[in-house]
Every structure is written in C-alpha cells, then in structure tokens.
Ligand binder design. Sequence first.
Ligand code: UT7
Length: 329
Amino acid sequence: MSNKIRAAVTGVHGYVPSYVVTNEELSHMVDTNDEWITSRTGIKERRYLKGHKGASYMAAEAVKGLLEKTGTAPEDVDLLIVGTITPDNTFPSSANIVSDMLGLKNAWSYDLNAACSGFIYALVTGSQFIETGRYKKVVVVGVDKMSSIINYADRTTCVIFGDGGGAVLLEPSTSENGIIDFELKSDGIGCKYLHKVAGGSLNPSTIRNIYGQDHYVYQEGQAVFKFAVVNMAEISYEVMTRNGLSGDDIQWLAAHQANKRIIDATANRLGLPPEKVMMNIEKYGNTTAGTIPLLLWDYENELKDGDNVIISAFGGGFTWGSIYMKWGK
Ligand code: UT7
C-alpha cells in the first residue's frame, strides 16, 4: 500500500420526503402524460417536501442518520460541505444551519454551488482535506429542494425535478479503498441554456419579476441534453482509461439522474451493461445535487468492499466531472 492517504466513503445515508408526486398527478397540472415522461426521461414519480421546511431540513435528516449509522459523535466532525443550489436562503449557508441543528460544534461548514455536479465537486473538495492529513472526519452532502424553484405551469421542467438528498462520511482509508482519481470541469457557456433569471444580486426579487416568473428554473432541454450526453461519457472515459480501466473492470456506474437516455448513452460509451448501472430516476426524478448520494444510499447493500465505482455528473454552469473510487473503508 502506498503512503498516500486516501479518502474513503465510510458511510452513506439519504433522505427523501414522504410525499410522492406521480406522472398522473402532474398530468392534471400541465399538458403532459405518463407515456411522454416515462419514454423521454425514465421518471415515474418524484418527491416534494411539504410544509415550512427548506433544504437544510433534508440535509440534517440525512446527516443525523449518517452519524447514527457510523457511530460518529457530532463533535468529532471536522468539516461539513453541503452541495446545493436551493439553500434555505442566500445566507447563512445551509451547512451552517445543519451544523447548528445537529450540534457539530467543532466543525466549520460551507455550501458549494455547482448545480447537478454539486455533490461530486463537494466530494472532491472534502477528500482533499483528508488526503492532506489535516482532517479525519468530513461530511459531504448533496441536497436540493427543487420544488422551491420550479414553475409548475412549465411542462418542460416541472416533470423532471424532485426533492431529496444524501450525505456521506469521508475518513482516511485503512486500505487501498477510497477516492483514487477525479476530473472536474466547468464552462460558463452553459449559463444561457440553464439558469434562473431573478432572485440574485443581478436581478433582485421584485413584484414585476415574480409576476414574470423569472424566479424559476429556465432550461433549454435539447441543448443541455446534447452537452450532457457527450461530456458525461467523455470525462468518465478519460478517468477510466488513464487508470487502465475498461468496462470489465468497473462494478458500478453512479451517474447523475437527469434523464435515463443520458445515463444509458454514458453506460454504452463506457462498455457497461445495465446491471452495472445504478438507477433510481424512476422514483425520485432529478434531485440536482441529491441524485448521487441517493444512488449510493439505495445501492449500499449491493456495493462490495473493493468494488470499482465510477461516479459521474453533468449540470448547470455547465459543470461536470467524474470520480474513480474503490468502495469500502
Ligand atoms: O440535471 C441538469 C441537466 N439537465 C439535463 O441533463 C436535462 C437534459 N435534457 C433533457 O433531459 C430533455 O431535453 C428533456 C427531458 C428536458 C426534454 O426531452 P426532449 O426529448 O429533448 O424533448 P424536446 O424538448 O425536444 O420536446 C419534444 C416535444 C416538444 O413538442 P413539439 O415541439 O415536438 O410539438 C415539446 O413541446 O415534447 C414536448 N414536451 C412535452 N410533451 C409532453 C416537452 N415537455 C413535455 C411534457 N409532456 N412534459
């Protein structure tokens, strides 16, 4: 074993709200139907967070479960990073709120905004603090309450997104397992295709822009699809080939759940059969930063010690990337 400290995922936990919204229910709100949504996206249902609760509530539920499951005392956490584009408010950060809710008294904490790549950006960032030897316990969250920024009169976006998220614990690896390699990218060319017009410092919320529905997600779906389908596959392929890996060497692909057609194309490019591809888009839709920790949580019992896992995401910004890790402590 090399002397380099690796950051291993030593626990995972997720949270999804209990309220289920089916394709059938959406078809009463906008001009859509189950056949269109299922065949174009793979989504059957998604969750909405009801009541006066923000993303930090879901993050806190996930982190609370993670700490219990891993036997981690709240005061032993060194750092908490929350990947989200739907923080409770612009400030303080959701991470600060979660720290307070759960008594992470010795941790510093911050939010990270990379849209659908939020979790992988946060995972790589958190892993650096483990690899340098500075910290022993870093909690990384990906969570979004997309229902708070979606226009439920826009059929092109409202059928896709849902609420939820999850958390992982990063600790120094005690074996060869852990994060081995990654590649992350961003390109502002994506701004025009996927953004929110109002509610930030450029266009602060006004009665006028709220009536104009500028505080919701704007997406040019086809354009985003084209970038996503090429870049998610290519960056994963790059990470695999430079580590001498072919599809045969990979046990699992955990890809951002935006569209089943994008995930299938990525798996195809990487030479991975469907049984190696984690998939839960049918029950949660696109939870933005939440999709990958929710996948790891759903597949936790199937993941085996030493499994080669490729994690991949693409989203607003544009932001995208891929991580190669060996599962286990
Ligand atoms: O996670 C962040 C990154 N985001 C993504 O990766 C999303 C990437 N994009 C996509 O997944 C797909 O582009 C969508 C799922 C958003 C849309 O699927 P599409 O196959 O690209 O459909 P389209 O936009 O080309 O629209 C095809 C037709 C249009 O009708 P016409 O012009 O052909 O008559 C749309 O108006 O489907 C219509 N349409 C719908 N019909 C029923 C659009 N949305 C709906 C809908 N129900 N919900």
